[in-house]
Design a protein around this ligand. Sequence first.
Ligand code: PRX
Length: 701
Amino acid sequence: MADSKTTTAVADTNESQIAVHWKEEATYKPSAKFVAQANLTDPSVNERFAEKNFPQCFEEYADMLTWYKRWDKVLDTNDPPFWKWFVGGKINASYNCVDRNLEKYKNKAALICVGEPEDEDPVTITYQELYVRVNEFAALLRDFAGLKAGDRVTIHMPMVAELPITMLACARLGVIHSVVFGGFSGEACGLRAADSGSNVLIYMDGYYRSGKMIDHKAAAELAVAASEKEGQTIDKILVWRRHPGKYCSATPMVKGRDFFVDEILGNYRGKRVDPVPMDAEAPLFLMYTSGTTGKPKGCQHRTGGYLAYVTGTSKYIQDIHPTDVYWCMADIGWITGHSYIVYGPLALAATSVIYEGVPTYPDAGRVWRIAERLDVNIFHTSPTAIRMLRKAGPEEPKKYHYHFKHMTTVGEPIEPAVWQWYYHEVGKGEAVIVDTWWQTENGGFLCSTKPAIDQMKPGSAGPGVPGIYPVIYDEEGKEVPAGSGRAGNICIRNPWPGIFQTIWGDRERFVRQYYSKYTKNKQSKDWRDWPYFAADGAVLAKDGYFRILGRVDDVINVAGHRLGTKELESACLTVAEVAEAAVVPVVDEVKGRVPEIYIALKPGYAPTKEITDRVIATIETMIGKIARPRQVHIVPDMPKTRSGKIMRRVLAAISNTLDTGDITTLANPDIVEQIRQHVQGKEKVAVKEGPEDLKQFGKEE
Ligand code: PRX
């Protein structure tokens, strides 16, 4: 392992030169019991998905689906990096997740929906019932809302059965759904609706969270206003009711624009809608995510390749069988929920559990009671949730009689100590763990162990999953070798069927952001010349396992959710008194990272708590509560370079009690000590050694 470096060296060191020193963890083997029942036990998978068999290897996933017409070509590279998969194939995602399961499994639970109030019994929806509801709602979307293939519709809903029903009804018609996370604000929803060109919104009136009914329809009004401001009119809002027949919101319905779904659905009882055979390359959905600019980007996912990829990885990595009761605690409003609550599990005829509420409501045992009651055997969640459950009730899991065979962690790096608790306490030493690394853009897993074949290593995601060939490059594009102990930028050398097609409406940004950094030859039509840049730092151990360190760009990973610092800064700048804003990540024991904000006021304004409160309120209104900063610091000036750029790196160091590094090149070096005293107090505090992503943060500036 290379020598350790101090944080002071970071200012003039790029990430590929930074030594990463961590203890090699002992590995764990999957149990014989797990292996005996696993879908993927044959090590020949490595050979089947080896580079020499690329791209044909991915036919193994596409063959898990039912196609109207088989593809003519597996991968078309004619317009790089706009790869096309299973070209010429015709398929419908709704058919594959619903209709085709009827023959064998119509009477089996497709979804089990658990409301937050514990006195509400879980609601089971069989595949037959799902088929009926998806058809009826598809008829309503087509005949009442006038939607057809290629139209976009924006869905802003909580974790209820009606959400996957809505998505699958859209997919049945070829309507492109854009689900916005329920916890995002109405305004955030409206901006996304406008960007996608939706004129129909789908809402739910309210939902339960921490024991309270949230008035969610209120958000719809803000969404309409925000969308109008962007020039996009919303014609219709379809409102599902949490309790059909009883409106749970105080927000009035607008005549001629807002409609209760349960009232109009009666007109479509018993209606059947033939699934529309879609081109494999037709977009299935948009999923907005944060990037390095103020504007979220709509990741456009294709139908055939995406569905093949999530089905294949659900079968091999999630080890889903139709007999399993599978519970992914993510929200369907994020990519994890799309791929691994809805599309992948249902395409495999699994039983997928949906929980409406907060994991620790009403107490720290809730999750384990649900697992016990439903006899869940595959569990999927994030390190933040694991940390939260561990903190709230470290002894709780052993009180309940559930048995997981398989557990997933996703969304953030997991500390080995947290992994150990997950393994020994939650998994009771019986369950295999997969640490899956991937992103909204990717459709499905990129790195993970194959649960019955590979050993687990706490804190490491593992090798590339079948057919994914990751590599670490330094800033110059040179490969950082395995076992060097040096960090670099993880890239994927090849295309795969789950990769998104483009950023909705912004091809140029797609190429710039993901491909231009390491493209060797922009004229080349050979995929080998177009590595995908993931914007994550990583280290590759000798054994071929990748350890993901975190983002190398301006994105903060808060509780496993991506927030762009520029988005937050733009929101701050809408507050009249604010002249400048800088957002930095701060280490949080439970959520991984949380944002902290620095603002400088326009001349003539004095700092007040009222301004700070207004900044926080503005962020909650424009983005949502998940973006709430830990603190807002009003500072006399920002540390700046001579060319006037704010040095966020210095602010991040102050917020996290790290070494501020070399500040002699600043235009105003004296401000650093003033800000430090403002944040940390007069006394000098001993600086700490920071985690890798914080050392990287703002380095480019
Ligand atoms: O930094 C990586 C982190 O989450 C980012 C992607 O976030 P998002 O698009 O919201 O998708 C989250 C769920 C797929 C990545 O760039 N990340 C994701 N999974 C892991 C991870 N970091 C470490 N380990 C993981 N398993």
